[in-house]
Design a binder for this molecule. Structure first.
Ligand code: ADP
Ligand code: MG
Length: 218
């Protein structure tokens, strides 16, 4: 089954008299349970593509389908709801709220309370016992794991991760990647992870290379 499909997506950024084509006719299908890595140099369009997949940004042309539903056609409110239900987003800089505890950060986007699942996530992500801590009391790896728990709280169909290990040392990076691989099996979700780090590529089911806004293989 398809989790996510991108058809003929282009993105042009226009400012005054300058326009820049960040994406050029991108097509991609992600199957449920797949771990896909998008590799590309800085400026190749990775973040633009991921933001469009998440419905955080709109394509200039083309469509994005999440579980078969065309999100480009939805009004802002409906798109936001679909995003909360179906998409988990993991940011490079974690984006935790400093004034909230670990558990309140994780529960922030939650649509339906589920104490059992929350406990399960805390355990799976090895942050049990840190529920009442604040983000600045945690290591980088722990903060990233909290942000992963937050991304999983609504049982998303797909996890989108923008250079999620870019701020971690290589040992912690490995641990986070292994954990993500285990989680997608356990929760039957998919991952699209974008990175410029070739070393991560061997972990993926599939690698897609992006260059100047276009896919050069896959
Ligand atoms: P990557 O994540 O691979 O580094 P980006 O998707 O961030 O690449 O950027 C792709 C291209 O689009 C770059 O040339 C970048 O400068 C440009 N770009 C990204 N966001 C904007 C924006 N909001 N306005 C104008 N240009 C942008
Ligand atoms: Mg980027």
């Amino acid at each position: 089954m398809e989790s996510l499909k991108v058809t003929d997506v282009s993105k042009v950024y226009s400012q005054k008299n300058i326009s820049l084509q960040a994406l050029d006719n991108v097509n991609m299908t992600i199957q449920r349970g797949e771990f896909v890595i998008i590799l590309g140099r800085s400026g190749s369009g990775k973040s633009t593509l991921l933001n469009i997949m998440a419905g955080l940004d709109e394509p200039t042309k083309g469509k994005v389908f999440v579980d078969g539903e065309n999100i480009s056609c939805l009004k802002e409110e409906k798109r936001t709801m679909l995003r909360r239900k179906k998409i988990g987003f993991i940011f490079q800089a974690y984006e935790l709220l400093p004034a909230l505890t670990v558990v309140d950060n994780i529960k922030l986007p939650q649509l339906k309370p589920d104490k059992g699942y929350l406990k399960e996530l805390l355990r799976a992500l090895e942050i049990e016992g840190y529920e009442k801590f604040y983000p600045d009391q945690l290591s980088g790896g722990q903060q990233q794991r909290v942000s992963i728990a937050r991304a999983l709280i609504n049982h998303p169909s797909i996890l989108l991760a923008d250079e999620p290990t870019g701020n971690l040392d290589s040992k912690t990076e490995r641990a986070v990647i292994c954990l993500l691989k285990g989680l997608i099996k356990e929760y039957n979700t998919s991952i699209v992870l974008v990175t410029h780090n070739e070393k991560l590529a061997k972990d993926a089911d599939r690698i897609i290379r992006l260059e100047d806004g276009g896919i050069i293989n896959g």
